[in-house]
Design a protein around this ligand. Structure first.
Ligand SMILES: [Zn+2]
Length: 408
């Protein structure tokens, strides 16, 4: 093997040498259409047989053998990943029988989980001499790529649906990226960015289309492995939109399994918004059907899940579980989470927490269970969606009497 890693087609199993021009499997992607998820998404694979023999060294080297880069200096200076894992034994004043762990990925440089993917993509572009990176995004991936590129001296071009949340659009502009609002939805922005990639020779960060996005996201599994003292959690609740984060979580654990560091894959619970549940709804179906929908959790509002087939195969193979939560449950969960923990998460992240609350209510989380909720982004990025539960009180006269009136 000349390269540290290879790219293997998740559909036909054919293996390719990586290059910045290779995205989907050329064979399997031939019949891809714009109205269904793409076939031929590639997965990075490593020399697992060798790594199995030296797996303790892999841990000591902080899993660098499983990262698709040549040198660490290609990565941005910004601290990406290594986010805190907080443990809780109470929810809303009640003691809970299980151990709840919150992985707070709003602590990334641009305040979302997406930085894990952007960092790897940006570093890979740097190693291959590509200076311009393009992405279509509902907001988080775009603001993430813009921030990471700013730190690396690269040019970022971000195509976003024009209705993306203001804070995310503002971030993109402040990071100095070229922002192109599209009069259309995410899927249209996605297709246009791919056309532009072929036309101008840019590097493309679109999730799943670029296989290294999954490699970036898998790092969360390595961190959980260390933070949980090498235990595999009983449940991991993951917010799901296009299926890349959940595939990343599975891929990380799959790598650990292949090199003999763990003996099973954790139970992953895929949580989607009831208003936009195209991934969950299509699992096991013969033909993919899209139900266009809406949810306040904009970053998981997806008509065509770009990594549907890989996510589906991981969920089916590992007996993963799925559930949907309503927007009302998401907003409530967001409030419970923030007021109980001090973590103000965006609606997509609150959806995962809502999923955990639903399992808790239905008594599926038992004594001593280790339960992880992946909190993927900051609530400050989307203030509008919680505005329905937030009422700011009126100003009072600056007197003790008026103060006593409002606090007693
Ligand atoms: Zn293929």
């Amino acid at each position: 093997m000349g390269s540290k890693f290879m790219l293997t087609c998740s559909d036909c199993g054919k293996t390719f040498s990586p290059s910045p021009e290779l995205y989907l499997c050329p064979q399997c992607s031939k019949t891809n259409s714009k109205s269904a998820p793409p076939h031929g998404v590639l997965k990075a694979t490593y020399d697992y047989n060798t790594l199995l023999k030296i797996n303790e060294d892999v841990v000591r080297r902080n899993f660098w053998d499983l990262i698709p880069l040549n040198t660490e200096s290609s990565l941005p200076q910004l601290r990406v990943g290594n986010t805190p894992l907080y443990k809780y034994n109470r929810i809303g004043g009640n003691t809970i029988p299980f151990n709840l762990y919150l992985k707070d990925d709003s602590q990334n440089p641009t305040f979302s989980f997406k930085d894990r993917a952007s960092a790897i993509v940006s570093a890979y572009a740097k190693e291959n001499g590509v200076t311009t990176i393009v992405a279509a995004s509902t907001g988080n991936a775009g603001s993430s790529l813009a921030g990471i590129c700013a730190s690396q001296g690269q040019r970022a071009i971000i195509l976003v649906p024009k209705n993306a949340p203001q804070a995310k659009l503002t971030q993109i502009v402040m990071y100095g990226a070229t922002i192109v609002p599209i009069d259309g939805n995410y899927d249209m922005a996605f297709d246009l960015s791919i056309e532009a990639t072929q036309e101008f020779g840019w590097y493309n960060r679109n999730t799943a289309f670029n296989p290294l996005t999954i490699e970036g996201k898998k790092s969360v599994a390595f961190e959980l492995y260390i933070q949980l003292n090498r235990d595999v959690p009983d449940y991991i609740f993951v917010p799901v939109g296009d299926g890349v984060i959940i595939s990343g979580v599975y891929k990380g654990y799959e790598d650990l399994l292949k090199i003999g560091l763990i003996d099973h894959i954790p139970k992953v619970v895929a949580v989607q918004a009831a208003g936009s549940s195209n991934l969950i709804d299509n699992i096991g179906k013969k033909d993919f059907t899209v139900m266009p929908g809406q949810t306040i959790a904009d970053s998981i509002s997806v008509d065509i899940p770009r990594n549907f087939y890989m996510a589906q195969s991981y969920i089916l193979q590992n007996k993963g579980e799925c559930l949907t939560v309503t927007d009302e449950e998401i907003i409530n969960a967001s409030k419970i989470l923030a007021s109980n923990t001090g973590i103000f998460a965006e609606p997509a992240a609150a959806a995962a927490y809502a999923g955990m609350l639903s399992y808790y209510k239905n008594q599926k989380l038992l004594e001593k269970h280790k339960v992880v909720v992946l909190l993927t982004g900051s609530g400050l990025k989307d203030l509008k969606s919680v505005s329905s539960v937030v009422t700011l009180p009126k100003a009072i006269e600056p007197t003790m009497k008026a103060l006593i009136n409002v606090i007693m």
